[in-house]
Design a binder for this molecule. Structure first.
Ligand code: SF4
Ligand code: SF4
Length: 118
């Protein structure tokens, strides 16, 4: 079973992290900002997404969510995180399944250990 606490935050590096209007409102409340301030500061318009999370540089994945702590490898706004982050990944994590499969097929429990803690 996957364990997000041991993961370097692969899903937080997805190119598009889409927010709803309510998500932006929640962020605005969390940071004591107006809706417009939060929208401009935390989101941008992407193809097909009115509110896409802004991202920043990350040494492991290239780019990652602006709210991700790249040292501790965790979310810095857990209680105010967007709906999509609350719902993801549902029952299974594809990233964990991929790494588990690779480790099993290569008979190496430490395969890609630099990105997934043992
Ligand atoms: S859902 Fe999967 S990829 Fe995302 S943090 Fe958890 S284990 Fe990592
Ligand atoms: S808000 Fe938190 S959980 Fe969601 S993508 Fe950003 S860092 Fe990850």
């Amino acid at each position: 079973m996957y364990n997000c606490a041991k993961c370097p935050g692969y899903c937080c590096s997805y190119p598009l992290i889409q927010l709803t209007k309510r998500d932006v409102e929640r962020l605005a409340r969390h940071f004591d900002l107006s809706f417009e301030e939060a929208r401009k500061k935390f989101t941008k318009v992407e193809t097909g997404a009115k509110y896409a999370m802004r991202r920043k540089a990350d040494e492991h994945f290239g780019r990652i969510c602006r709210f991700f702590d790249t040292e501790k490898r965790c979310c810095t706004i857990y209680t105010a995180r967007p709906t999509i982050c609350r719902e993801y990944p549902g029952g299974r994590c594809g990233y964990y399944d991929f790494l588990s499969g690779e480790r099993s097929s290569q008979n190496d429990k430490t395969h890609i250990a630099s990105t997934w803690n043992k």
